[in-house]
Design a protein around this ligand. Sequence first.
Ligand SMILES: NC(=O)C1=CN([C@@H]2O[C@H](COP(=O)(O)OP(=O)(O)OC[C@H]3O[C@@H](n4cnc5c(N)ncnc54)[C@H](O)[C@@H]3O)[C@@H](O)[C@H]2O)C=CC1
Ligand SMILES: O=C(O)/C=C/C=C(\O)C(=O)O
Length: 480
Amino acid sequence: MLQLQNFINGQFVPPVAGRYLPNIEPATGLVYGQIPDSDATDVARAVEAAQAAFPAWRALAAEKRGRLLVRLAELIEQNLEPLAQAESRDNGKPVALARMVDIPRAASNFAFFGTGVGHFASETHFQEGLALNYTVRHPLGVVGCISPWNLPLYLFTWKIAPALAAGNCVVAKPSEITPATAFLLGELCQQAGLPAGVLNIVHGTGPGAGQAIVEHPLVKAISFTGGTKTGEHIARTAAPMFKKLSLELGGKNPNLIFADCDLAAAVSTSIQSSFSNQGQICLCGSRIFIERPIYEQFKAAFLERVAGLTVGDPLLETSRQGALVSEAHLLKVQSYIELARQEGGTLLAGGERVRLDGRCAGGFFLQPTVFEGLAPNCRTNREEIFGPVVTLTPFDTEAEVLDWANGTDYGLSATIWTRDLDRAHRVAHALHAGVVWINTWLLRDLRTPFGGMKNSGVGREGGLEALRFFTEAQNVCVKL
Ligand SMILES: NC(=O)C1=CN([C@@H]2O[C@H](COP(=O)(O)OP(=O)(O)OC[C@H]3O[C@@H](n4cnc5c(N)ncnc54)[C@H](O)[C@@H]3O)[C@@H](O)[C@H]2O)C=CC1
Ligand SMILES: O=C(O)/C=C/C=C(\O)C(=O)O
């Protein structure tokens, strides 16, 4: 059985207390490995290693740090297949998705920030005849990166890459539910020649290892992606310690589909935004609002496509839907299906657990599920389900759909489908969402600010925003 280890000070080491957690394969429901159940002692060792590595790492020219990150990107690309297989097995996502999206994006994260840091120029403010101010951006020191299970290597590296590029040393914790590719990343760090202690990877639970990272006094910033409740808890611990915080939290994202849209494209992309990764992406559009004149047409075409989504063994190329990440998560999503029924929703598709044969007989599979007839403000339409469950609702006016779209505590992303450019911009500006897509979904440019409004988060990731987060600005004023 595969036993993972922590990666501390450039070496793979067991947890000090010798405790391990089972690692379950979602497609089979069986334990297939063990991961360290690390505690505050392991975290303290990781922080110590990071602190010791910091002076040399920050002193290295940004270009040299960047080259090491680009080397890591190349190694990820060279190991695309084993990484994709590991991600699929660990998370339950179709291997084709891991191969096309997760692993390439992890490589892009390192390549982007490895080269991007070279463009991270200082600002100068010239006060005519009086003074010259210039801004120095210092790395913070040791920073903590805590990531979730839905896009494991993709989001782990999305945090680590800018932190390292900016000259920090990192203690990172992947989700205990999907630790495999983070472990493999440690091996690639050794191959790339990343100096010992610069990146430390500690495995374990949120309340155990995660909490210890957040609480450690030498950890100067926390970059976290995960559930809103966890984000709230982390903020309560970190804020009184004056740590910098970047919180990327949940979403309940609306798709606004106007009658003048390109219907075929809207249907096809809405299928992706509803069910990619079994709906387990914080950007998934789970509330689909359709202008009444095209409601029935959209619904028919959408349901036809839903019927064609093959739920199957994630390791098979033919599977379009894999397993949900865990039994607990499957039960949570099923409880929302029950809630939708109780709230008066009409089930149009799915709604049931899928029992496959053979190796996947015990897997956590669920049919892609579609409801209609729910009130826009019911719990099903306000709370994050984070699974393959969407609702369809007709609307009559722009004002009405904006009101509904903005009617949740979340504000992460939104998608607008229309050919009317004036309306597209007007509606985009009126939406309470940090990320708005017009006639597309999840088209990412890593330079753009990424993050949510309201309870969807604090701060922005991506591009210069990420490099600014992982540095502290110092102004130097020179009198002329
Ligand atoms: N990006 C997103 O929007 C995500 C949202 N979720 C939502 O959150 C719900 C709960 O999922 P979970 O797996 O429980 O996510 P979570 O928020 O508990 O886990 C995310 C990461 O935070 C860590 N963590 C948990 N408690 C912590 C603590 N006290 N201190 C430091 N780190 C801690 C976990 O170990 C994991 O690495 C999901 O059902 C879903 O609705 C989950 C994952 C990603
Ligand atoms: O940066 C991206 O492209 C996507 C980020 C997605 C999440 O943060 C999520 O699903 O949790």
